[in-house]
Design a protein around this ligand. Structure first.
Ligand code: ADQ
Length: 475
């Protein structure tokens, strides 16, 4: 039985709905829109259209009834406890995530995880079809939903289907390890347009279709013939961004400036405040960064309280073994450095395992003289873009790994290879020591790039490409 008769021209499908459930003191349940970039981007494209969002509400068990929130229709998908463990923590985060991030940790393969992934993807596809108007545009997000495009196409050949990958797409040599590689490629080929963060990601996908499915490819398109006729599918780079205007505005508020000052003061007004902000994930290169910083401390090239290092590590995926191990490893190393190099009132590494509201993040960015972004592999890395957006004073310096999507846009960063500890140490020192005038020039150029290519531009560009596929979109 369909739970709703309402139909929409634009349907978004993502693992999570853009809302969090909140229960007030009287036990009253309500929903709060989560302040992500994706929501802002979707708000901009949904203006003037009838839009719906399909996703999981974040708690195992029965799904809430469809509801409206901030002018968006939300169609929740249910996940049982087992499905959360097998589809989400298992296949998505312990099979696909490592394979798609260069196998930094080894991937785990279980047939029953993939079985759950298929079941859940079908449930998402059905929830999409339930709310899609005739000829609607369907935009599927990310690696958790790679089978959805073909499933939707099978049920609803009338709709236009796009998929965007927020994470890298691996080289075929790594992708080929997946026992379910064929099913995944065929799932994705149900789309009209596939968007990736980097040109290399799109090329990896095209190469996988050619080598593993023996399909003809030409430039950025793959040709596929089914009984219903031949189709051409386009795959290209549409790098994601952030809400530049919204975040810059927040960073300009006097309250944010006052808080940034307060943060510096509470750290003893160091000469240089160095910051790291990441989800606690093994892809982010937090260990490499701490190793490099530890050696700089040992060599006396940095020392508290003159240089202070703040590492914010957001709790993440704590039920997956590799993440528990990583946390223990990072916290052990931070403890060792603090035992050795802290002085009373001045820790060598100030480590914060918390989530913060957006205004606190903006204040941290404003307070930091150097931001360290050192992933071993990262689809884009929005933290880098957020930092330059907040630096409307043209202050600060960005150290950026060449293994991020952001590296392909932010050419004026202090670029590093995080595996090269010696090189990373030198880059950190350069970021600290480069004269402010030169740093301001670099920052200005990076800010221009993000301002011109914000998240609203990204969403419009994706939809334009989807509308024109298999031809190129003009935006
Ligand atoms: P993530 O791997 O989560 O995203 P990232 O792009 O850096 O990585 O985004 C993290 C977001 O979380 C940022 O908006 C940041 O401000 C926020 N955040 C981090 N720490 C926080 C904290 N302690 N408190 C509050 N907020 C915090 C995936 C891919 C990326 C890709 C994005 C978007 O892995 O490569 O850039 O999707 O496509």
């Amino acid at each position: 039985m369909p739970r709703t008769k309402q139909k929409f021209d634009l349907v978004i499908a993502a693992n999570r709905l853009p809302v969090d459930r909140v229960v007030d003191a009287d036990g009253e349940v309500s929903w709060r829109t989560s302040p992500g970039g994706l929501v802002t981007a979707m708000e901009s494209v949904m203006r003037g259209r009838e839009g719906a969002w399909v996703g999981w509400a974040g708690e195992a068990g029965e799904a809430p009834e469809p509801f409206e929130q901030d002018d968006m229709f939300l169609n929740p998908v249910a996940l049982s406890e087992d499905e959360v463990a097998h589809y989400y923590e298992g296949f998505s985060n312990d099979t696909l995530w490592p394979i798609y991030h260069d196998v930094i940790v080894s991937a785990t393969f279980h047939r029953y995880w993939f079985a759950a992934y298929e079941v859940v993807n079908r449930r998402f596809a059905e929830a999409v079809c339930e709310v899609a108007a005739k000829g609607a545009t369907v935009w599927v997000h990310d690696y958790q939903l790679q089978l959805v495009p073909a499933m939707v196409r099978e049920m609803r050949p009338d709709v236009r289907i796009g998929w965007f990958n927020h994470i890298p797409f691996p080289p075929v040599e790594l992708f080929a390890q997946l026992p379910w590689r064929r099913a995944i490629l065929e799932g994705l080929l149900g789309a009209d347009f596939l968007g990736f963060q980097r040109v290399a990601d799109a090329q990896n996908f095209i190469r996988a279709c050619r080598q593993l499915l023996s399909l003809p490819t030409k430039g950025d398109t793959v040709s596929e013939s089914r009984s219903e006729g031949a189709r051409r599918i386009r795959a290209s780079a549409v790098p994601i961004s952030i809400d530049f205007k919204g975040l810059e505005e927040l960073a300009k508020q006097p309250g944010t400036h006052a808080r940034a000052k307060e943060i510096r003061a509470s750290l003893g007004d160091p000469e240089t405040l160095i910051l790291g902000v990441d989800r606690l994930d093994y892809t982010k290169g937090i260990g490499h960064r701490i190793k490099a910083y530890g050696e700089l401390l040992e060599e006396g090239r940095v020392a508290p309280p003159k240089q202070m290092f703040v590492q914010v590590a957001t709790p993440s995926r704590e039920r997956v073994d590799a993440y528990r191990d990583l946390r223990a490893e990072i916290e052990g190393e931070v403890g060792r450095l603090n035992g050795e190099f802290s002085t009373i009132g001045a820790p060598a590494v100030q480590y914060l395992h918390h989530s913060y509201p957006r205004n606190e993040m903006a204040a941290l960015y404003l307070a930091a003289d150097v931001l360290l972004v050192t992933p071993l592999r990262d689809g884009m890395n929005l933290v880098a873009k957020e930092y330059v957006t907040c630096r409307h004073d043209n202050g600060g310096a960005l150290v950026l790994s060449e293994f991020t999507g952001a590296y392909h846009e932010l050419h004026q960063a202090f670029v590093c290879n995080p595996h090269d500890i010696e090189g990373l140490k030198q880059t950190i020192m350069r970021a600290i020591e480069t004269p402010p005038k030169e740093k301001a020039r670099l920052m200005r150029a990076m800010r221009r790039r993000v301002a011109d290519h914000d998240v609203q531009h990204w969403a419009a560009r994706f939809l334009e490409n989807l509308a024109k596929a298999p031809e190129r979109g003009g935006v």
